[in-house]
Design a protein around this ligand. Sequence first.
Ligand SMILES: Nc1ncnc2c1ncn2[C@@H]1O[C@H](COP(=O)(O)OP(=O)(O)OP(=O)(O)O)[C@@H](O)[C@H]1O
Ligand SMILES: [Mg+2]
Length: 302
Amino acid sequence: MIAVTILRREPGHACPAADPEREILHVDCASHTYADGSVGIHDMCFHVLRNEIVALCGPNGSGKSTLIEHLNGLLTPSQGKISVEGKPLSEAARSGLWRVVGVVFQQSDDQLFAPTVLDDVMFGPLNLGMGREEAEGRAREALGSVGGEHLVGRLPNYLSGGEKRLVSIAGILAMRPRVIALDEPTSDLDPVHSARIEELILGLRRDFGIGVVIATHDLDLAARIADRICLVRKGSVFAEGPPEEVFYDPDLIREAGLELPLGIRIYLDCCRGLGISPEKRPVRREEIIAALQEISPARQGR
Ligand SMILES: Nc1ncnc2c1ncn2[C@@H]1O[C@H](COP(=O)(O)OP(=O)(O)OP(=O)(O)O)[C@@H](O)[C@H]1O
Ligand SMILES: [Mg+2]
């Protein structure tokens, strides 16, 4: 029997630090209502640890982007608190919040403004006080790591949606912050660039211990790379836990208005078809293949 460690949050509960040693960002019961009265987030509790990939999963309009826009101070909560490395966000902002938190927005147009791609990606490093040569080195390296080196002299305005996304990601990577939040990071990328960005996200955690947040309704992506899944509904995280638990709770996924990742659906359908109860909880591709091989009639001598 696998221990269930899904945390369900009822409105009004306190949200203490989950792991104070590793915690970089803490959102404590934050709410934000837009000028027209729409509720962006409500009583939102969320945290990001060093060295983890956390996925914010929820349907359209559930508050994922609004939360992400709070993480770098673009929006401020009307109620509740946000702290960065134990300090209130406003205090962290005075000493250079972008050194700690980098955000790639859902709309890349919100992020790109310089005359050329190289200028755009160099902007962050220059702002961190680097000389031109070092900043250019950082920018070229970041563009290379997203597969966008060929875009270096282009005008950001005339790039395709996917190219803009790659340049936006490079602009944040070039600053090497401790947390990177990516809003729908692969939604407009082709399969090759998507795979590259997924690899990059895994490398950020593995090689640099960076905390990565991805906002997505693509549960297949979340299943492939996330360590923790936060389910968002009506402006708050109502349940969270490791993928092997959250994705094996179909009621929870239904409540979130989402669908199980394809691989897990196939595994559960095969178990059902064979009349056996699923003994394992495979999530990643290789785990699913191994689990399917184990239950295959040929292997079981049927
Ligand atoms: N600038 C704005 N002005 C007014 N309401 C807004 C604004 N931005 C977002 N909202 C509203 O806030 C709520 C949360 O929106 P948000 O963009 O955070 O959702 P999301 O989970 O990112 O959705 P999606 O998956 O479509 O990107 C929605 O009801 C949305 O209509
Ligand atoms: Mg969004």
